[in-house]
Design a protein around this ligand. Structure first.
Ligand code: DGT
Length: 150
């Protein structure tokens, strides 16, 4: 009997990269940072975080990134949301964690600028496509309504 061919052959396999990001909240605002120049997605506003390195747990990776990027010692809370997104030849899996407690005041050691913003403001900011497409889920994970009641 003739073997059936797979219906769709992928020409190129993409590499999936695990990323962690933190929701830091203060007075109903969340912390976002503007991605630096000479970096992919430069100028876009993101949640602090980065790629998980070999041998790290997601929580260890996020604590390291928050120390490197913001200079704080953070306690990583609950996993609130996971998102997948693929650019051309690379895919990212982003795990978003709640961060409720930390020591120190966040400083922009890596970002162009840091800002505490009301989640609502994310709608007007330039943010990575991976986040834009799940903004509604991000609002839910942050525990704020998707639309402001007037
Ligand atoms: P490196 O060492 O230069 O590769 O930088 P890392 O490890 O700080 O990682 P980064 O921030 O360049 O990689 C994170 C990837 O995830 C990047 O493609 C942007 C994407 N991404 C999408 N949304 C977010 C977000 O809200 N926060 C962060 N940190 N990355 C996001």
């Amino acid at each position: 009997m003739e073997k059936t061919q797979p219906r769709r052959t992928r020409l190129k396999k993409i590499q999936w990269i695990p990323v962690v990001a933190g929701f830091l909240k203060k007075d109903n605002r969340i912390l976002v940072g503007q991605r630096p120049e000479n970096n992919s997605l430069a100028g876009l506003w993101e949640f602090p975080g980065g790629k998980i390195e070999l041998g790290e747990s997601p929580e260890e990776a996020l604590a390291r990134e928050l120390s490197e990027e913001l200079g704080i010692e953070a306690e990583i809370g609950e996993l609130k949301l996971s998102v997948t997104h693929s650019y051309n030849d690379v895919g990212i899996v982003i795990l978003f964690y709640e961060v409720l407690f930390w020591k120190g005041e966040p400083k922009a050691k890596h970002h162009l600028m840091l800002e505490w913003i009301y989640p609502e403001e994310l709608k007007e900011r330039s943010i990575p496509e991976a986040n834009k497409k799940v903004l509604q889920k991000i609002f839910k994970a942050l525990g704020v309504p998707w639309r402001k009641s007037s």
